[in-house]
Design a protein around this ligand. Structure first.
Ligand SMILES: Cc1cc2nc3c(=O)[nH]c(=O)nc-3n(C[C@H](O)[C@H](O)[C@H](O)COP(=O)(O)O)c2cc1C
Length: 253
């Protein structure tokens, strides 16, 4: 079943339909690692960089960082290598390869957060504008943003090919995106970034697609903002509100 399906949906890894900006599959492949000491501030003296962290350590260290600087602890080529790795190796339902990622640096990154502020300000009440504006300025002041899209085309193909699962494919597309989000969030923090995950769809969708030439059939799922941390994250929420393990985890041997 999977083999025949693979024939149905497998496609060369041209990740995007025609795009009017440089796209991730044009990025250079692995370069020698360069680990700069930027992150070794008083807050982060104990942080281990990706080369020396185990996967479990990286997962445990991942947090939401909101106080970010527009600086990078690693070369852009390393960021792009990590994003490319996500695209090439992460799983997708029935190997649909439905994830589409856009990496925005510099003025592109800033433009995204201007679009978001304008979209938000068009409908929020006046009294919320100061706090929302400050929050958006925080994102704008980070280093870069990754946009996570899912292409609807392979999902529709799968729905047609496997009607009994038709209602599941959209969910699995969300799962595929979540896997990409989690991997990149964790991997970038393991390299010394801080990151946070945002959701401003649908208010920014049309403008974003227009600005970066994104296919109209791609669904914008999330925005991962990242930069060099200015300060540590707050206390981990679950230390305060952790549910009892008896409720969340069962073992049968
Ligand atoms: C599916 C998902 C959606 C989230 N959406 C947002 C969001 O829109 N804005 C935000 O600031 N954080 C968002 N977060 C971050 C969570 O609030 C955060 O991960 C959680 O409070 C635990 O804190 P930590 O990331 O520091 O461990 C999201 C996290 C997940 C997994």
């Amino acid at each position: 079943m999977f083999r025949s399906l693979y024939k149905t949906v497998a496609r060369p890894v041209t990740l995007f339909k025609p795009f009017n900006t440089p796209i991730p599959h044009q990025i250079p492949i692995a370069k020698p690692r360069l680990l700069l000491p930027t992150i070794q501030t008083k807050y982060f003296a104990s942080i281990k960089m990706a080369d020396t962290k185990t996967f479990i350590e990286a997962v445990k260290d991942r947090r939401s960082y909101y106080d970010l600087k527009p600086e990078s602890p690693i070369p852009d080529s390393r960021i792009e290598e990590i994003v490319k790795t996500a695209i090439e190796v992460l799983p997708s339902s029935f190997n649909s390869q439905s994830a589409r990622l856009v990496l925005l640096y510099g003025d592109h990154h800033k433009k995204l957060w201007d679009i978001t502020r304008d979209g938000l300000f068009a409908f929020i009440p006046e009294e919320q504008k100061e706090s929302s504006g400050a929050r958006i300025s925080g994102f704008k002041n980070a280093y870069a943003t990754i946009l996570f899209f899912e292409d609807s085309a392979p999902i529709k193909e799968l729905q047609a090919a496997f009607a009994p699962y038709a209602d599941k494919f959209p969910q699995w597309s969300e799962h595929t995106s979540a896997i990409h989000q989690f991997f990149l969030w964790t991997a970038l923090e393991a390299e010394g970034f801080g990151a946070n995950l945002q959701h401003y769809s649908p208010i920014i969708d049309d403008k974003v697609k227009e600005e970066w030439g994104v296919d109209k059939d791609y669904r914008l799922i999330a925005q991962l903002v990242f930069g060099t941390p200015n300060s540590p994250p707050g206390d981990r929420p679950k230390l305060v509100t952790l549910k009892p393990l008896e409720e969340t985890f069962r073992i049968f041997k």
